[in-house]
Design a protein around this ligand. Structure first.
Ligand SMILES: C[S@@+](CC[C@H](N)C(=O)[O-])C[C@H]1O[C@@H](n2cnc3c(N)ncnc32)[C@H](O)[C@@H]1O
Length: 241
């Protein structure tokens, strides 16, 4: 695996983000709801990719720094910034050390759908804690670890409805999906239990404030009817203590 696997799929991911209703209908609104008013705040969008979340925060009045490991996604982010100048600063850095990011500099940190591909979760969350000011907030979204395991799938109930069948939950490991039309089929990610995510967060000095498990509606529920039955995304808000 390359040190920046998203470099190989940057253009594909950019198109996928724009076409997949889950991002526009579930992930972005869910994150913005947990973030709240950002006017005047200094925010780091960690593992920002092509800047999908960073741009929305900047449009709402935040001073945004985007950081990512993928040069190609950052180049796309810079291209969006050139066509819609929002004052976003983009930095190339590994979230596991955040070397390019100053300490105690941000009121808030966002991390959208990006803790799963990061190998060292503890190191990434320690970076989040280090770059936050005391009392600063952290909002992240991940694929729901209870329902999106390496061995889970949609099945049809006897009454014809959709249900999620889950196994392999305790087997924490890197995996790629057989579904090559999704992100996991392209680059893979780490499966971790819910307890691993939340305990590592707490151990990094980030106190849990709120969780959200949005129920899909609209186009995302049409695309995946089972998403009305079981959440595919988990969103978390925490605070630096
Ligand atoms: C699914 S994408 C999400 C991107 C963006 N947050 C969004 O919502 O579109 C995962 C991102 O994590 C980044 N990433 C993976 N490992 C990383 C690391 N160690 N440090 C920084 N970024 C990383 C990838 O380059 C990619 O941009």
């Amino acid at each position: 695996m390359s040190s920046a696997p998203y470099d190989a799929i940057a253009d594909w991911y950019d198109a996928y983000l724009r076409e997949n209703p889950l991002y526009a209908e579930v992930i972005l609104p869910g994150m913005l709801a947990l973030v709240g008013d950002v006017t005047g705040q200094a925010i780091c969008d960690l593992a920002c990719g092509q800047g999908f979340i960073a741009r929305e925060l900047a449009r709402r009045g935040a001073r945004v720094t985007g950081a990512d490991l993928s040069e190609k996604l950052l180049a796309l982010a810079q291209r969006y910034e050139a066509s819609e100048p929002l004052g976003i600063r983009y930095l190339l850095t590994d979230a596991q050390d955040g070397a390019a990011l100053p300490s105690a500099a941000f009121d808030g940190v966002t991390c959208g759908m990006a803790l799963m591909p990061i190998a060292d979760l503890r190191a990434a969350l320690q970076t989040v804690r280090r770059i936050l000011k005391a009392g600063g907030w952290f909002v992240f979204s991940i694929t729901h670890p209870c329902y999106q395991t390496p061995r889970s799938r949609w099945v049809t109930r006897e009454d014809g409805g959709a249900a999620r069948e889950v196994s392999g939950y305790f087997d924490e490991r890197y995996w790629t999906s057989a579904n090559s039309s999704g992100v996991r089929g392209q680059v893979g990610e780490y499966h971790r239990t819910l307890a691993t995510y939340l305990n590592t967060l707490i151990e990094a000095g980030l106190a849990l404030e709120r969780l959200a498990e949005p129920q899909a509606a609209g186009r995302s529920a049409q695309a995946v009817p089972g998403a009305r039955e079981a959440p595919s995304i988990l969103l978390v808000r925490a605070r630096a203590v």
